[in-house]
Design a protein around this ligand. Structure first.
Ligand SMILES: *Cc1c(COP(=O)(O)O)cnc(C)c1O
Length: 399
């Protein structure tokens, strides 16, 4: 029982420091309006940026996929789990983002977490001639990927290209791999990708871009961050996730065909796991049609209008709204307990917003993380703006 006692003590400490995390149970499809633990809520916390997670055409494609391919894949991709739907999806994805790459090919993964582990371990596993350079605000899956890759990894400060340049110049590694999020998930800002890529090319380094929050939402026809900045290079490795703007699930890596073939041969998070249900890949084909078509265009334009509305409408004196051009809109409160009280207050009023604490963000920067979606109406956003503005005023009124 010694272990149980220790675990209970650790959990108690989390509770005391306002760091315990709780799950809420959602009874309805992912959408702005949800029933949560039996209550009707207006939600601003999903990553369903285009409002596609419960889109009728994609739901219909999922059902059709189940009719065509059954419920499960039955095996890993290298055994017998690689279906026609997976193969078609990979071809479509390679076409879609391929203009930024040379000899592009794409590989579908069950999750973005696994895709990131696969890319970093597959490119580097234990190779003494390789070093990685990882941005300090990178997603946990990239951090874990650098650890699992067992190569020397340098962390460079957020968006600090001078610091990265010094590290690259000082490194004698034969292979240098720079790793970054495109849109930072807790701040919503964009990495300076054009300058970053130019720096990588000067030093003969590879650039791995995790576009979890960009794919579908930004770039020409929703092609993501590389398209948004019009980047093109043989040294790019692109990771897009498909459970956020694409509304379904999974992720993909797109890169030079030799990189992808290496992942197929060597990447353990690819090889030693059951392939995602083919119906999911089939549904993703329908999602790609929408993303790349006129409807996707309209949804992205509406999302941009909501982002502008949010930025124009917030009037905060004490809390710090972080300027962001993406769907991720943080409001930094600072203290964990304060932030939890504020999030709870909003929740009581029927607004569900993300409540982000350390270790996800640095200590002292606990924040509300509002995420906007094309599924929201301007009325929804106006209501939340009013609720946040009013709550700040009442909490900071002189008594
Ligand atoms: C969500 C996310 C991931 C993980 O993707 P999943 O498909 O949810 O596993 C990876 N990187 C970033 C930046 C993310 O936001």
């Amino acid at each position: 029982m010694e272990l149980i006692t220790r675990l209970q003590q650790q959990l108690h400490e989390l509770e005391e420091r306002s760091l315990i995390r709780r799950r809420r149970t959602v009874d309805t499809p992912c959408a702005p309006r949800l029933r949560v633990d039996g209550r009707e809520m207006l939600a601003f916390c999903s990553n369903d940026y285009l409002g596609l997670a419960s889109h009728p055409a994609i739901v219909a494609a999922l059902k059709e996929g189940a009719d065509l391919y059954g419920a499960g894949s039955g095996a890993s991709h290298l055994i017998s789990g690689h279906s026609r739907a997976h193969a078609e999806l990979e071809e479509r994805l390679a076409d879609f983002v391929g203009a930024s790459l040379v000899a592009p090919r794409a590989l579908y993964f069950c999750t973005g977490y696994m895709a990131n582990l696969a890319v970093l371990t597959g490119l580097a596993a234990g190779d003494a001639a390789t070093e990685m350079f990882s941005e300090s605000l990178n997603h946990a899956s990239l951090i874990d990927g650098t650890r699992l890759a067992r190569v020397k990894t340098h962390i460079y400060p957020h968006a600090d290209l001078d610091a990265l340049a010094s590290l690259l110049a000082a490194s004698g590694a034969q292979t240098k791999i720079v790793v970054t999020d495109s849109v930072f998930s807790m701040d919503g800002d964009l990495a300076p990708l054009p300058a970053l890529l130019a720096l990588c090319e000067r030093h003969g380094a590879w650039l791995v871009v995790d576009d979890a929050h960009g794919f579908g939402a930004i770039g020409q026809d929703g092609r993501g961050a590389l398209s948004h900045f019009n980047l093109h290079s043989p040294h790019l490795v692109y990771v897009g996730t498909l459970g956020k703007a694409a509304g379904v699930g999974g992720a993909f890596v797109a890169a030079h065909t030799a990189v992808i073939e290496t992942l197929v041969q060597k990447a353990r998070p690819y090889i030693f796991t059951t392939a995602a249900p083919p119906a999911v890949a089939h549904a993703l084909l329908a999602s790609l049609d929408i993303i790349a078509g006129a409807e996707g265009q309209q949804r992205r334009a509406h999302l941009q209008a909501l982002i502008a509305q949010w930025n124009a409408g917030l009037q905060l004196q004490h809390w710090q709204a972080v300027p962001s051009a993406t769907a991720i809109q943080p409001v930094i409160i600072g203290d964990n307990a304060d932030m939890m009280a504020i999030a709870a207050h909003l929740y009581q009023q029927g607004y569900w917003v993300g409540a982000i604490r350390p270790p996800t963000v640095p200590v002292g920067t606990a924040r509300l993380r509002v995420t906007l979606s094309a599924g929201h109406t301007t009325q929804d956003v106006a209501q939340l703006i009013n609720a946040v503005n009013t709550l700040e005023r009442t909490r900071h009124e002189p008594r």
